[in-house]
Design a protein around this ligand. Structure first.
Ligand SMILES: [Zn+2]
Length: 67
């Protein structure tokens, strides 16, 4: 069962927000609604959910490499 909601925590202001992940695409950019910082994946991660979310993106959950 794939979890589609990931809570992203902003590394700048600490705001946590639940976001629904797309199942067919990686999200590279995420704008924090608290401080408007645009988050990008950390090196080695495929998307913002893998870097900052509580749940990694659906392809990673399924055991595939992303993209
Ligand atoms: Zn922020």
């Amino acid at each position: 069962m794939t979890e589609l909601v990931s809570v992203i925590t902003c590394p700048n202001c600490g705001l946590a927000k639940a976001e629904k992940m797309p199942t067919d695409a990686c999200q590279w950019f995420y704008e924090c609604s608290g401080c408007y910082l645009v988050l990008k994946p950390k090196q080695g991660d495929c998307c913002v959910y893998c870097s900052y979310g509580t749940v990694p993106c659906p392809p990673i959950q399924a055991g595939d490499s992303c993209c």
